[in-house]
Design a protein around this ligand. Structure first.
Ligand code: IMP
Length: 174
């Protein structure tokens, strides 16, 4: 059992998600948009986010990528485990991530979808470890900026565990 403490409470997450959802409603008024949930980490964020978006012309897709294995640091090699199974040509898309750390995953995904001929790509992440960037990437909708610390809960894991915590917790490094 890892030692951890709550960093961002359930209430804080709920409030921030409502704000992001309102922003997406405003920004995509009259436009269809596809939200791409990056599995596994973003699954809880995505479900809470879409339930707070009022417009109904949103499409939800799932994609699974891996860069960490069971480590706490990104390997930098992004592997597509499951691709989106629909043609996204000319669609407006928002990539929904749990956390942007080095930026390598989101950078890979932005390029990947641009190559597929989408109309526009925006990025949305619950958490942003801005100080850990190895590559400059845009985070268009960002929930919370956090320091360089390993976090778990609300979808985020440590070796696949702790995803079900209803808050974000800081884990003590070994
Ligand atoms: P990046 O490619 O380094 O930006 O890493 C992005 C991915 O690394 C995220 O989607 C997470 O799956 C994982 N990740 C980065 N930091 C953490 C963390 O603190 N806790 C859990 N997973 C993390």
């Amino acid at each position: 059992m890892a030692d951890f403490k709550v960093l961002i409470s359930q209430e804080e997450i709920e409030t921030r998600i409502k704000e992001i959802a309102n922003q997406i409603d405003q920004d995509y008024q009259g436009k269809k948009v596809t939200l791409i949930c990056i599995l596994k980490g973003a699954f809880i964020f995505l479900t809470d986010l879409v339930r707070n978006i009022n417009k109904n012309d949103i499409i939800i897709e799932f994609m699974a990528v891996s860069s960490y294995g069971n480590e706490k640091r990104s390997s930098g090699k992004i592997k597509i485990i499951k691709d989106v199974d629909r043609d996204l040509t000319d669609e407006h898309i928002i990539i929904v991530e749990d956390i942007v750390d080095t930026g390598l995953t989101i950078d890979f995904l932005i390029k990947y979808f641009n190559n597929k001929g989408v109309a526009s790509v925006k990025t949305c992440s619950l958490l942003d470890k801005a100080v850990c960037r190895k590559i400059d990437v845009p985070v268009d909708y960002s929930g919370f900026t956090i320091e360089d610390r390993f976090v778990i809960g609300y979808g985020l894991d440590l070796a696949q565990e702790y995803r079900n915590l209803p808050y974000v917790a800081e884990i003590k490094e070994d």
